[in-house]
Design a binder for this molecule. Structure first.
Ligand code: GLC
Length: 597
């Protein structure tokens, strides 16, 4: 089928054919990361070479060809450094070594070399906000007297009240419960308290201390010397706390990682660049998005510049509005920041359009590309999230008793359509392992299997993030779907029993599969230079549709409940890609098409 997408045909009734937008602001420095598709590997759940039920570096190396065939430009690896694993590796005890669970530094070097051989760049995760309580810096701090230089590496404070029994302030941990833990002196009496934004096993570093800053420059150089292409920076909005650590109570509907409670809907109807939160946003929490973080990243930028080639820093910063987040990617700071406003947008055409417009505008004002992301290891997978019937705050997860559980068929259909929009957008896109297989969130994990600290710290009130972290299926018919060796029978989180059809090998070469949709989209994105293109909106398809053009490709997505008529003209346009089969000259509900313009 071919469809006429000439401006006349697009505009049955009103409007200007092509609306120019802030898209023209997108930076064009030519660096690879501006348009890269970056695949997130969650090492525990990617491929297990030794059969202990946990993925590892040799497992990753053995599976890299699958990612090369998928067509990604780079991989980002969640932490594989030495760690007691109280937060799945985001509690680092040695930044410059590999945890034996995942292998050795030699295994890392082999993995890196193999990736580079395949033309895949490698980004590693850096966790600077906190260390593990097993880190020798923290152990030294605990052993040292109050007020010592060792203690000054972390956020130790005296308690309030006559005996110091009360916490230094009222802050609540992202994972639930208080943000403070009391220490015990060598003589057994209660001592000072230390701050931990996350679990008590993750004490926050004191980033006002130059010693801490210098150590992280060393850590950056350690990995850059080994040849990594960049870093994903964990909690990049948390390092500096407001002076005096004043009490703070977030609004009940605020996301636990910061940012506004709302996503794209608050942007609808606004001109790009308007600060939707200017008047009604709660004050900046004293532990998020403090001005002082920027100086740190300017220092890191300079460290990266000591190295040849284009290296990248990508901020995990839950900051809204987008115009504020753009400060993380000013020319002398980081290169990218995850666009969580985009991730949090609802399944609504006006919302999606507003977020896309505002993103390109906001990042464009500082010469940075926008990133686009729909899933990661901290949020409900988008094949489930986009069909949720109830609000779900980041990190809360879903489980058997959650309200508004998603219809998996609707979820997958929307996920495919959403991905087909995302992969056409100019800028850099992040894919989370398993989304290319259409994996849903695993909702019915047994309580006894759950491992996320959120689950424990909220006494099961929040399910947490385990449901998006279940090991991915490679092949049908084996106990771990090829995640582990043939002899292995289990994985660290149990896999559902009905994943045979979702396994990579089952989808390979099957035209209608989600895997083939991703492959086709990535190949077309690259052939048509969509990542570096300019976006212009197409009008006239109605309120439930977004339609835009990037380079020579027209993208039309129907987010509404009824099919949308498309004018058909056999010789004028080719369907390059469709997230669902097209049988007539109408775009079905929850479907995206790419057409040759
Ligand atoms: C980031 C990570 C998350 C982790 C937290 C604490 O948000 O993505 O998985 O739990 O930081 O390090």
């Amino acid at each position: 089928m071919t469809i006429d997408t000439t401006p006349e045909a697009e505009l049955p009734e009103t409007g200007v054919p092509v609306a120019e937008t802030a898209a023209t602001l997108i930076g064009t420095g030519g660096e690879w990361w501006r348009s890269a598709v970056i695949y997130q590997i969650y090492p525990r759940s990617f491929a297990d070479s030794d059969g202990d039920g946990i993925g590892d570096l040799p497992g990753i190396t053995s599976r890299l060809t699958a990612l090369s065939e998928l067509g990604v430009d780079a991989v980002w690896l969640s932490p594989f450094m030495t760690s007691p694993q109280h937060d799945a590796g985001y509690d680092v005890a040695d930044y410059c070594d590999v945890d034996p669970l995942f292998g050795t530094l030699a295994d890392f070097d082999l993995m890196l070399a193999r990736a580079h051989e395949l033309g895949i760049r490698v980004i590693v995760d850096l966790v600077p906000n906190h260390t593990s309580w097993d880190h020798k810096w923290f152990q030294e701090a605990l052993a040292a007297p109050e007020g010592s230089p060792e203690r000054d590496r972390y956020m130790f404070r005296d308690g309030l009240g006559p005996n110091g029994d009360e916490m230094p302030n009222n802050w609540e941990s992202v994972f639930g419960g208080p943000m403070w833990e009391r220490t015990t002196r060598p003589d057994g009496t209660p001592g000072q308290w230390y701050l931990h934004i996350f679990d008590k096993s993750q004490p926050d570093l004191n980033w006002e201390n130059p010693w801490v800053r210098e150590r992280f420059h060393d850590i950056l150089r350690f990995w850059l010397d080994r040849g990594v292409d960049g870093f994903r920076v964990d909690v990049a909005h948390g390092l500096i706390k407001e002076e005096g650590l004043p009490d703070y109570t977030p609004p009940a509907d605020a996301g636990s990682m910061g940012g506004g409670a709302t996503a794209g809907d608050s942007l609808v109807g606004l001109e790009p660049g308007i600060d939707a939160h200017a008047s009604d946003d709660p004050p900046t929490p004293p532990y998020w998005a403090q001005e002082g973080v920027h100086e740190i990243y300017r220092g890191w930028h300079a460290v990266l510049e000591e190295y040849e080639g284009d290296r990248v820093l990508c901020a995990e910063a839950w900051v809204e509005p987008l115009t504020k987040l753009a400060r993380w990617v000013r020319p002398d700071e980081m290169q990218q920041a995850f666009n969580f406003t985009y991730l949090s947008a609802g399944w609504s055409a006006p919302e999606l359009r507003a977020v896309i417009d505002n993103s390109i505008y906001a990042f464009g004002t500082v010469g940075a590309p926008s990133t686009w992301v729909l899933s990661n290891h901290d949020v409900v997978r988008h094949a489930s999230r986009l069909a949720l019937g109830a609000e779900n705050l980041q990190g809360a997860g879903i489980g058997p008793k959650s309200p508004g559980l998603p219809d998996p068929v609707v979820g997958l259909r929307r996920a495919r359509a959403a991905t087909a929009v995302m992969l056409a957008l100019p800028g850099s896109a992040y894919i989370y392992q398993g989304e290319e297989l259409g994996l849903p969130e695993v909702i019915d994990l047994p309580d006894s299997a759950r491992q996320d600290p959120t689950w424990f710290r909220t006494n099961g009130e929040k399910y947490g993030r385990d449901g998006c972290r279940v090991p991915i299926p490679w092949a049908a018919g084996t106990p771990t779907y090829g995640f582990g060796p043939a002899t292995s029978t289990s994985s660290w989180l149990p896999q559902p029993t009905d994943w045979d059809d979702l396994a990579r090998a089952s989808q390979e070469g099957v035209e209608s599969s989600t895997l083939e949709l991703y492959k086709r989209a990535l190949a077309l994105r690259s052939q048509n230079d969509l990542g570096t293109g300019e976006l212009s909106w197409l009008e006239g398809y109605g309120p439930e549709v977004i339609a835009f053009r990037v380079g020579s490709v027209t993208v039309i997505a129907n987010l509404g409940a009824t099919p949308v008529e498309l004018p058909v003209e056999p010789h004028l346009g080719d369907v390059l890609l469709s997230s669902e089969p097209l049988t007539e000259a109408a775009l079905p509900t929850d479907t995206t098409v790419w057409l040759r313009a």
